[in-house]
Every structure is written in C-alpha cells, then in structure tokens.
Design a protein around this ligand. Structure first.
Ligand code: PMP
Length: 430
C-alpha cells in the first residue's frame, strides 16, 4: 500500500524521476512571482523562467480559457490564431527570420533544427559545447554533454570547450583567449570536413545558460558565425532559456550582433502551456517544407497560439523588457556588492534577470565549492526563496525569476541570501 504522495509518485514514475530538494516541495498555487505549498507557506520564485510573465497571469489564463471554449484542433485547417500569433512573433526578429515551425517542446524544436541543417547541407556533423543540454530526443541527446562528462555521443556530434573568461582555456586572456576558442571551432569543422560525415552546423545557446552563464570572450561569437557560414554550415541558436526577454532584450542574440539561420524557442513561450518552435530564414524554411513532410499534431493549435499571443501582449503591455533591465541591473550590482563581503563568491555573472553566482573555497585557486552551493539552495528554500544551481562543478547559484520580478522582490532575495551567506562563513561550509 503506497501512502504518501512521494511514495505513490515513486511507484508510478520511478524513484530516479527528477525531483528538487532533499525534502521535496508540494506546490499547489502560483501567482505572479509567488508560489504556495500545501501548508500555505509562500515562496518567492527566483528559479522559474517558464512562467516568464508571472505564474497564472490573468490575461494568459483568460486567453486560454476563451479559446479552449471555442475550438481546439490541429493545424491542417485554417485558423486565424496561428497566423496572427506567428506574424506577431516573427515581427520581433530580423526580417530574414520570418518563418515559424511550431512544436510542443524545446527538444522537438532542436530536433527539427538539426534535421533542417542536415537536410540543407547533406552533411551530418554538428558542433555543440562541452557542458550543454538541448533536450531529450535521440538526436538531441547526442549533444547532452553536461550529463556525459563533456563528451558528445556518437560520431555525428563533436563538442568544443564553451567560452569562459573565469576559468579560461590554458589560462589565456584577451585576444589570445578568443583565438584559442575560435581555433577549436576551426579544427572541429576541418575534422568533420575531412571525414565522410561533413559539416552541417553549430548549435549554441547564445548565453551558454546550461554551461553556467560564462562571460564570453570578446568577438568570439562573431568569429564563430563567420567560420560556420564560410564552411557552408547553419548557425543555430537555442533561445529556449535566453529568449522572450530574459536578458533584457527580446532575444539574447541581439546582444552579440549575430543573426543566426535558425532560432529555437521554448520554455517561456507559453508561460507554462507546452508551446515551443523554431523561427528560421525564409528560404531555408521553404526549402525544407518542399523536401520533407513535417507535421506535428498538437503544435500550433488555436489554444496554444492564443496563449502565445497573450504572453507577447503581456511582455509589451507591462514593459517587461524594461523591467528586466532595470531590476536586473539593480540586482546584479547588489550581488556584486555581496561578493565584496563574502569570500565564497568567486564570480557574479549574467544579464537581464538571469544570474550565475560562482562559489569557491578560495578565490586564488578558484576551487569550486559544491557544498556551499547545495547548502545555500536548501537553506534559501527553508527561508522561503527558491533558487537552484548549475555548472559542471555544481557550484554556481542559478537565479532566474519570472521577468515581472520587482525591486521589492530583489530586496527579499538579497536579504535572505545575505543571511545564508553569513551561515556559510560562520560555519565554514565549504
Ligand atoms: N534547450 C535548452 C537550452 C534547455 O535548457 C532545455 C531544457 N532545459 C531544452 C532545450 C529542452 O526543452 P524541453 O524540456 O521543452 O524539451
């Protein structure tokens, strides 16, 4: 007889099904940046990027309810919702990125991006970073280097070191560092080209979110883009984490002044509703459509599109990009202040409302402290603030709240974090 919710869940899904915290949380209500558990305890959400415009935003909920009460059907009939949503979405991109392929998850969208690159080039070789995750389909899983010791799986994918200024390759700095990382891309393209596999493209998250939000050496991305294109490959940016305003601009690639061939979208796109997709170059999309029958039953249905449109409306109507820049700027500055008080903070990184705070045992050697990170994440939860951690050393605090996060929320976060950092220093939890 299975009694508790946890036991019943374990029986149903298996005990290795991912679950946060040693003592898991049962969350039953969300509103704005707040979540409540079954006992009515409130938590400030500084982790979840999917409910980007706020949990259960009334405008999004209303749009979903309204469309669900009218019709929901697959996309092989005409319906204005898909066209109107797609036009509004693609208007936020460079004019050449004007074609939309809706999907239901980021994984599916990345899978489709790989198919497009391979179909277009007739080659199979894909470059990714050595500490990444892009999703769970068989082809995309070959890129899941974060969970495979930095190695890509199979012959068709090769991983290069992600660009990092805090733990730089061979201890290099400045232009020499950029060139060292660029050289890896050059070599890897050449290895593909010299084999039967050939080179199809490169897939990066433009802010290297799963890698731990490194400060990317200057001009790296521009040079990478040029190398990829010169070799006839496609440049794919996975904006599943970085898109829809997270960095303070609608798309993270706007910061690096490089326009990709394909942009992959997901998580915040439906504010919790399973909505994802890719936006691509018009000529590329048309070519793919003419050669491959691609249909996705649930993708682009009127309810999903009504939700997606409501999300875009809220971002605009509530000036959430500006909010993200303002509150994010304040928060980053305050986190940097904290780092001047606590030796355990080795580095503060990020932009908009997405931060990585790297914890170290000592600043000189930059020895990672996974213990401090685990302690802080759990103690913050006890104190009513949800954050998480990332990175190959599991030592980077990850903070990524809904982008309606206000200054008053930032102050709560900072206050609680300061208290927990005091505990870490006092008790020497390194
Ligand atoms: N791309 C990135 C950068 C991600 O972080 C994730 C999920 N964490 C995915 C793709 C996969 O998205 P989904 O879980 O919706 O398939």
């Amino acid at each position: 007889m299975k009694n508790t919710l946890l036991e019943r869940r374990n029986h149903l899904l298996g005990e290795h099904a991912p679950l946060f915290y040693d003592k898991p949380l049962t969350l039953i209500k969300g509103e704005g940046v707040w979540l409540s558990d079954a006992e009515g305890k409130r938590y400030l959400d500084v982790y979840n990027n999917v409910p980007n415009v706020g949990h259960c935003h009334p405008h999004v909920v209303e749009a979903l309810q309204r469309q669900a009460s009218q019709i929901n059907v697959h996309s092989r009939y005409l319906h204005p919702a898909l066209v109107e949503y797609g036009e509004q979405l693609t208007a936020s991109f460079d004019p050449k990125l004007s074609m939309l392929f809706p999907t239901c998850s980021g994984s599916e969208a990345n899978e489709l991006a790989l198919r497009m690159a391979r179909q277009h080039t007739g080659n199979m070789g894909i470059i990714c970073s050595n500490a990444t995750y892009h999703g769970n389909t068989a082809a995309v899983d070959e890129l899941a280097t974060l969970f495979n010791g930095g190695e890509a799986k199979g012959p068709n994918v090769k991983a290069v070191n992600y660009p990092d200024s805090y733990r730089p390759l061979n201890g290099l700095r400045g232009e020499a560092l950029t060139q060292a990382y660029v050289q890896q891309i050059k070599n890897t393209i050449a290895e593909f080209q010299d084999s039967d596999i050939g080179f199809a493209g490169l897939l990066f998250c433009p802010i290297f979110a799963n890698e731990g939000l490194p400060d990317v050496p200057e001009h790296y991305m521009k040079q990478v883009a040029k190398l990829v294109r010169d070799a006839g490959g496609l440049l794919i940016f996975d904006e599943v984490q970085s898109g829809f305003g997270r960095t303070g601009d609608m798309w993270a690639f706007q910061h690096i002044d490089v326009v990709p061939d394909i942009v992959v979208l997901g998580k915040p796109m439906g504010n919790g509703h399973p909505l994802a997709g890719l936006v691509c170059d018009q000529a590329l999309g048309k070519e793919f459509r003419s050669q491959v029958m691609y249909f996705n039953t649930f993708a682009g249905n009127p309810v999903s599109c009504a939700v997606g449109k409501a999300v875009l409306d809220v971002i605009e109507n509530e000036n959430l990009l500006e909010n993200c820049r303002n509150v994010g700027g304040y928060l980053k500055q305050q986190l940097q202040q904290l780092s001047s008080h606590y030796e355990v903070i080795g580095d503060v990184r990020g932009s908009g409302l997405f931060f990585g705070v790297e914890l170290v045992k000592d600043r000189n050697n930059k020895t990672p402290s996974a213990l401090a990170a685990a302690h802080i994440v759990n103690r913050m939860k006890d104190r009513g603030v949800l954050i998480s951690k990332i990175g190959v050393h599991d030592n980077i605090l990850k903070m990524r709240p809904p982008i309606c996060f206000g200054r008053e929320h930032a102050d709560i976060l900072l206050n609680e974090l300061g208290q927990v950092l005091n505990e870490v220093s006092r008790e020497g939890l390194l």
